[in-house]
Design a protein around this ligand. Structure first.
Ligand code: SAM
Length: 211
């Protein structure tokens, strides 16, 4: 690991709370969850923005949604997950860690759940599900984002492959990486959004919705 990254992880480890115990579970069981520095960055954006309503696409075991909810008691998270096993574990975790009243879990394919989440206007949308579908999620859910709201997309550099696709051997991975590249370019060209890419962990895109 790069020295600066290691240093920042070490000094920020003091802020860890109980939820952090799920990280080792995720690592042992190959559950992909948001990287630590990216997580701290998103939590800081939640604070700066005073976000109260957050929509997350891709819950997994509920690690990031509980971290977001932990920023303040008046934050409400809506999170969508389609995998049965993940849903069961996320529900258990929300109960165990005391977040059931702050987090609502919508079960099923995120590309079909608009009508179950359109009861709110969201301050932040966090896109962290199937990487080849980020554009679809963006188009589908941003009508629910307030003006000035943020869309945060994770894994926009996808294991370093996005900037160096020639090293990818697998055809499937190559196709996926091409989709991420296309998404990034498309995102940069959205006139109503101002987007900034951050070279941290697996790459984050932060897009601000205009008027
Ligand atoms: N945000 C979580 C965290 O950081 O703790 C990690 C989410 S994980 C990277 C991605 C999750 O998205 C997986 O659990 C996967 O099952 C789910 N997913 C992928 N495509 C989806 C879709 N179309 N609808 C709902 N969930 C989806």
């Amino acid at each position: 690991m790069e020295a600066n990254q290691q240093y920042l992880l070490e000094i920020q480890s003091k802020t860890d709370n109980q939820i952090e115990s799920l990280r080792s579970y995720a690592e042992e069981n190959a559950v992909p969850i948001v990287d630590r520095l990216s997580l701290e960055m998103i939590k800081q954006l939640i604070r700066i923005h005073g976000a109260k309503n957050i929509l997350e696409i891709g819950t997994a075991i509920g690690y990031s949604s509980m971290h977001f909810a932990s920023v303040s008691d008046d934050i409400q998270i809506t999170t969508i997950e389609r995998d049965e096993k993940m849903i069961t574990q996320a529900k258990t975790n929300f109960e165990t860690f005391g977040y059931s009243s702050q987090i609502r879990l919508i079960e099923g394919n995120a590309l079909e759940k608009y009508s179950q989440v359109d009861d709110k206007v969201y301050d932040i949308i966090f896109i962290d599900a199937a990487k080849a579908q980020s554009k679809k999620f963006f188009e589908y859910y941003t009508p629910l984002l307030k003006k000035g709201g943020l869309v945060i997309t994770d894994n926009v550099l996808y294991h370093g492959f996005v900037s160096n696709i020639d090293i990818v051997r697998s055809r499937n991975v190559k196709q996926m990486v091409k989709k991420v590249q296309k998404f990034n370019e498309w995102l940069m060209n959205q006139e109503n959004y101002s987007t900034n890419f951050i070279n941290m962990d697996d790459g984050l895109a932060i897009s601000i919705k205009g008027e």
